[in-house]
Design a protein around this ligand. Sequence first.
Ligand code: AMP
Ligand code: ZN
Length: 114
Amino acid sequence: MSDCVFCKIAKGIIPSQKVAETDTLYAFQDINPVASTHILIIPKRHIENNLSLTPEDNQTIGEIFLLANELAVKQGIDKSGFRVVVNNGSDAGQAVFHIHFHLLGGRIMLWPPG
Ligand code: AMP
Ligand code: ZN
């Protein structure tokens, strides 16, 4: 999508602090981190949110969770614990309408979330 910030990040048009990249995924540091590890993992393909997912995205979504695990190990938060979070829609606080998975860790997190 031409006016999407995260499409532009995935294409390198808007700069980001890259953490990892595959053929289908891009991972980068959140610009406003809320934990010592706060990485965003996105599919390069524009998908608006959870409700836009189709069966053709099954493989990509699986790859996202495996990449989150790999990055959690690299960040040293695999044993202490981490969250993989998707905010979907306005009540959940979704601000960017290109699906993204927050990898959060490095501090104790509360439940239920705020
Ligand atoms: P959400 O509220 O789930 O839509 O989260 C959007 C996230 O994107 C927030 O944590 C923002 O800090 C982050 N964000 C927005 N713009 C950028 C950017 N240009 N580079 C990195 N992170 C960004
Ligand atoms: Zn996009």
